[in-house]
Design a binder for this molecule. Structure first.
Ligand SMILES: [Zn+2]
Length: 234
C-alpha cells in the first residue's frame, strides 16, 4: 500500500494537507483506492495517472468522500465506470447525498457500480483478496475493514474514522498490518495517541492525524505516523 494523504477533516482546505487515503497495489499496479476525500483525486492523477476501478469508501465525510462525485462522472465519460465498495448503509448515504449533484441527469446505477456490503459479509477486491466492514463510532456513520487473503488470513485492516472502541480494535488487530485513525489530543469522535498506544504493535500505524511531516518527525517521532508517499508491504 502507498499512503496518499494523512490529513484530518479540515486539513486539505486550511493546511494544504491531502485527506487521509491510501492505494493498494500489486506489482506496482494500483488496483484499489481506500477513500477519496478532498485533494485525493488530484494526488491519484499525479502519482498514478489514472484511477483504479475499485474505490472503497469508509464514510460520507468530505475528507473521505469529497472528490467522489467528480471522479465518478469523469470516469464514466471515459467509459471506465467505477466500482464503489462500501458498507450497505454508507452506500445509501453516498447515493442519496454525495452524488446528488448528478441525480437530475442520471440515476446512481448509471453513474457507478455500487457494491453494498452487509455486516458479516465480504466482497472481492481482486487478487484473491476480500474486504469485510466493521462499524466504528464516529460523528457520521463510518466503517473500518479487514482485508483477507484466499486462506482467510487477515492481511490489512483500517479503522476508518472512529473513536477508540475495544471491540473494533480487537477485530481489526488480527491483521498483519493494522492502520488506526488517531489524533494527537482527546477528541470525541476520534481515538487519541494515548488511547491507541498499546495497540501499536510493530505492525500498527496511525493515519488521519492531520500533522505536517515536520511535526510528525520531531514532536511525535516516537509514533508510527503514516505520511504521504510512505509504502507498507502487506
Ligand atoms: Zn469522519
Amino acid at each position: 500500500m502507498v499512503v496518499i494523504g494523512s490529513g484530518a477533516g479540515a486539513s486539505y482546505i486550511y493546511d494544504g494537507l491531502t485527506s487521509s487515503s491510501f492505494m493498494l497495489l500489486k506489482s506496482g499496479e494500483p488496483f484499489c483506492l481506500i477513500d477519496l476525500g478532498l485533494g485525493v483525486g488530484r494526488q491519484v492523477i499525479e502519482r498514478f495517472g489514472q484511477f483504479p476501478r475499485n474505490i472503497v469508501i469508509t464514510h460520507n465525510h468530505s475528507d473521505h468522500a469529497g472528490d467522489l462525485a467528480v471522479v465518478l462522472r469523469v470516469e464514466l465519460a471515459k467509459e471506465c465506470k467505477s466500482k464503489v465498495i462500501a458498507a450497505t448503509a454508507v452506500t445509501e448515504r453516498l447515493k442519496q447525498h454525495r452524488i446528488a449533484e448528478h441525480l437530475e441527469q442520471m440515476n446512481a446505477e448509471a453513474l457507478a457500480d455500487w457494491v453494498a456490503v452487509d455486516e458479516n459479509e465480504k466482497t472481492d477486491i481482486g487478487f484473491g483478496l476480500t474486504i469485510q466492514f466493521y462499524q466504528g463510532v464516529h460523528s457520521e456513520l463510518s466503517y473500518g475493514f479487514v482485508v483477507r487473503d484466499e486462506n482467510g488470513h487477515a492481511r490489512l485492516s483500517y479503522t476508518g474514522d472512529s473513536k477508540f472502541e475495544t471491540d473494533l480494535y480487537q477485530n481489526l488487530s488480527e491483521a498483519d498490518v493494522f492502520i488506526m485513525d488517531a489524533r494527537p489530543k482527546a477528541n470525541p469522535w476520534h481515538a487519541n495517541f494515548i488511547e491507541v498506544k498499546e495497540w501499536l504493535t510493530p505492525n500498527g500505524y496511525i493515519l488521519g492525524h492531520g500533522l505536517t511531516k515536520e511535526q510528525a518527525m520531531t514532536e511525535y517521532a516516537s509514533l508510527p505516523l503514516l505520511l504521504s508517499n510512505q509504502q507498507i508491504k502487506f
